[in-house]
Design a protein around this ligand. Structure first.
Ligand SMILES: Nc1ncnc2c1ncn2[C@@H]1O[C@H](COP(=O)(O)OP(=O)(O)OP(=O)(O)O)[C@@H](O)[C@H]1O
Length: 222
């Protein structure tokens, strides 16, 4: 589940973002829509525990994030959350396969090379396992980052524009991997997107509009 109440956030240099309350049951699908700059990526970063709200509360997979100290939140994220951010943060110093070993190290688990091979294959990028990310196309790199997000069967999967650089066939594969991964582990899946293909892929999703009337930008501090 993901449940928010009275959630607000303000960047040091920016206006106040206030988000409408929402509740998605565990295992549900959430699509976040809204104009560019409305706050979709910020909402995902709050749900990932990467940003701390200025006010309000957010509970993810039964865990109120405000109850965790920063180090506990990092551990919780490493074990229970899969995140595909807009900026992919793949390391060019490592091969694709080595990048995909990192979530296992971070969670203190043995590296499951068969699982890495399976997910790369499902996304159509298995032949790229030995390459470094700087030698991948944007869409290939996006699929590698998606593989990293789903590898540890997280309880919650967050994806920021997961189909942005993908043609229809690659977008289909990516959405299938997100959907199947979430279904397999009963995870809640939240996707921020402008892409109609995502809504078509998740017909039962809760659709949450972020923008005028739902997320309110104002100059007031929380
Ligand atoms: N690091 C930052 N510092 C200051 N302001 C920021 C920062 N990141 C985002 N913002 C501002 O916060 C608001 C929300 O940004 P956010 O990236 O969450 O929107 P978005 O809906 O995801 O946009 P897009 O669809 O273009 O990705 C915008 O006005 C943006 O300019």
């Amino acid at each position: 589940m993901i449940e928010t109440r009275g959630l607000r956030f303000r960047y040091p240099a920016g206006g106040d973002l206030a988000f409408a309350d929402l509740a998605v049951p565990q295992g549900g699908r959430l699509v976040l829509r809204g104009p560019s700059g409305a706050g979709k990526s910020t909402w995902l970063a709050l749900a990932a525990g990467l940003l701390t709200p200025g006010a309000g509360s957010i509970a993810v997979a039964g865990q109120p994030l405000q109850a965790l100290r920063p180090a506990e939140r990092d551990r919780w994220r490493g074990r229970h959350l899969g995140f595909l951010p807009q900026k992919l943060h793949l390391s060019d110093a490592l091969t694709v396969q080595e990048n995909l070993a990192l979530p296992f190290y971070a969670a203190g688990l043995p590296v499951d090379r068969a699982a890495i091979a399976r997910v790369l294959d499902a996304l159509g990028v298995a032949p790229l396992a030995g390459r470094r990310p700087q030698h991948l196309s944007g869409g290939q790199a996006q699929r590698v980052a998606l593989a990293r997000a789903v590898l540890l069967s997280p309880r919650v999967l967050l994806a920021d524009e997961p189909t942005a650089s993908l043609d229809d066939a690659a977008a289909d594969a990516a959405l299938r991997v997100l959907d199947e991964s979430a279904s397999r582990c009963g995870a809640t899946l939240a996707v921020a997107t402008h892409d109609r293909r995502v809504l078509q892929a998740f017909p039962g999703a809760v659709v949450h509009e972020i923008g005028p009337g739902s997320a309110v930008a104002s100059a007031a501090a929380p």
